[in-house]
Design a protein around this ligand. Structure first.
Ligand code: PRP
Ligand code: URA
Length: 209
């Protein structure tokens, strides 16, 4: 069974409270998504392996540590996941970025794929899937399926807000994929929206409603 990590860091929780507010402007919403992603990136990469390295400073040799092992890739689920990329890449400038285009059919709530483009060596990378919302889990489960189909072996998923239904769906379909969230909300409403949530993340990032 995968682990669910809920980030209680005060800065993340403070910014999330403003993000949820229906009166927050598109500009501020976008900035907050990016800032929260940066802070969550710091937490989601906490267990990355390090290797010893000696560095010559102007004074002497310093015994240092650098990231070792697998290279990283950030994979946003379009559209809303795009809002999280800048914050992640600011923290991990060498990460490659793949894109998965999915939207939820408003009637069935089933994810529909319209785009899939990955770096060529994606199967050798540690992948962090990013999307602000994990609602029914349909989009996340499908995204991870597509990544596994092209040979990706190490995947973690980072969402800002998750519903219990989405967590359960992900843990059932992908027990090997750890889930990192800033908040675990109460439930889904009849339209598949997270309650209390923040509304439609894509619309609030891009100002489409
Ligand atoms: C939202 C969100 C997730 C998905 C979550 O995207 O960004 O991708 O819904 O819902 P689920 O867990 O029930 O699949 P949406 O389909 O609204 O598309 P958009 O990002 O293009 O607005
Ligand atoms: N997608 C969103 O953008 N918000 C929700 O609450 C659920 C799915």
């Amino acid at each position: 069974m995968s682990t669910v990590h809920v980030f209680e860091h005060p800065l993340i929780q403070h910014k999330l409270s403003i993000l949820r507010d229906k009166n927050t402007s598109v500009k501020e919403f976008r900035e907050l998504i990016s800032e929260i992603s940066m802070l969550m990136c710091y937490e989601v990469t906490r267990d990355l392996p390090l290797e010893e390295v000696d560095v010559e400073t102007p004074v002497a040799t310093a015994h240092c540590k650098r990231l070792a092992g697998k290279k990283l890739a950030i994979v946003p689920i379009l559209r809303a996941g795009l809002g999280m990329v800048d914050g992640m890449v600011a923290m991990i400038p060498s990460a490659k970025v793949g894109h998965i285009g999915l939207y939820r059919d408003p009637e069935t709530l089933e994810p529909v794929k319209y785009y899939f483009k990955m770096p060529p060596d994606i199967d050798e990378r540690e992948v962090i899937v990013v999307d602000p919302m994990l609602a029914t889990g349909g989009s996340a489960v499908a995204a991870v399926n597509f990544l596994k189909e092209v040979g990706v072996k190490h995947i973690r998923i980072m969402d800002i807000i998750a519903a219990p239904e989405g967590i359960a769906a992900m843990q059932k379909a992908h027990p090997d994929v750890d889930i990192y969230v800033a908040a675990l909300d109460d439930h889904l409403n009849d339209h598949g929206y997270i309650v209390p949530g923040l509304g439609d993340a894509g619309d609030r990032i891009f100002g489409t409603k």
